[in-house]
Write a protein that binds this ligand. Sequence first.
Ligand code: ADP
Ligand code: MG
Length: 453
Amino acid sequence: MGGNEELWQAVLSEIELQISKPNFVTWLKNSRLIEAQEGAALIALPNHFAKEWVEAKYNKLILGTIRNHDGSVRKIEYVVEGTLIKNNPKSRPVPEGDEKQLSFQEMRVDPLTNLNPRYTLNSFVVGSSNELAYSASTAVVNSVGVKYNPLFIYGGVGLGKTHLIQAIGNEIAGVYGGKVKVKYVTSEKFTNDVVWALRNNRAEDIKSAYRLVDVLIIDDIQFIGGKEKTEEEFFHTFNALHEQNKQIIISSDRPPQAIPTLEERLRSRFGGGIVVDISVPDYETRVAIIKTKLQERGAAIGDELIDVIAKRFQRNIREIEGILNKVIFYQLNYQKPLNLAGIEKIIDETIEHSKPNITPAQIIKAVALFFEISPTNLIGKGRSKEFIEPRQITIYLMREMLNMSYPYIASKIGNRDHTTAIYSYKKIADSVDKDPVLSNKLNMIKETVSKSV
Ligand code: ADP
Ligand code: MG
């Protein structure tokens, strides 16, 4: 046995005692320590899903255990088995290709612009449902601030608004480099900034920060309707930018005139540019989107499965992506293609078990399972550090998945004060965009919640 192999066996046998048997078998049994040098241990997992899961869930445990044996190890890197450069003595992982699976590293949000690089115009599939919005977007890229200002895009949930407006930002940032300052914010973030500034007497800071940008992208503007101070601040920012021919891009789930609480003066400003909608994609567009997504993930499924998915999901592309994730997971896990009956079953279960049936108890169970702590501890009074993040995540998910009120959430989490629920929700909500590991954890827990229903 080589030194690495021996070391890894020792580490695994300790870990085996600390996590549940099914988890050990599913995630770690087929892992391998490739090397441990210069303070970094390189561990191979059999597929992407296992890599992401182990990284999100067991990194701390593995690092701690390995350090008991080899104190020089300070960090761990994970790779998918088979993606190493064979001849390179240092055997560093091959960077995953653009058109292959996007690693979480590559999906990291740019801290300056807030843009997620995964949203590009290139990866946006154009069909009759979105071609107007798309061509207005390319026009904006080609004549920033001049032609369509503001650009207002509206449409239903999961139809590509965020994708498109972020793609415009990425495109402009790419073409003009640092010379044109792009900033993407959700209207929630904008509201938080305004509230913070008012509370801390820093209104001027916020003003100047926002007014320095050349392209301001605001997502889901419908949420600022009715928030007077925020509307006021946005109105002034809008005017200041617009006067200097700075580009403003806005998305909303409905047209300006249908946001009832929006002040008239703001509404008429939006009408001064161009207002375009994105509607539900037709069958051909859905098929094209599915194929693009599969290609991005380096996965393949049969045409008849694509047909079934495109026929059964007509109104929301995010749901289509959810199904594709499940199919890909199935195929990786069982190492065989899914058949027609299989896909129908997955879709039925997904539809049947979507949101309305989820209960707080299921969220508690899923979080407890993920962090391997007991549900009683999770919602109990214990203040031990290991319970803090799981508790905050539970609160966040109850709010996100169930739309529960803070007092109600607090009552479910060991009768805490509702301000604790608010604080916890904010804590996670603020970090999730910046922290791919956290966002990965949340996705995995959500997945377990919907499966458990
Ligand atoms: P919205 O903001 O309208 O709710 P998103 O932009 O978040 O929707 O889109 C949901 C998901 O669907 C995203 O992952 C996005 O990449 C994908 N998507 C939507 N429309 C398209 C399209 N035309 N081409 C490729 N992907 C799309
Ligand atoms: Mg969106």
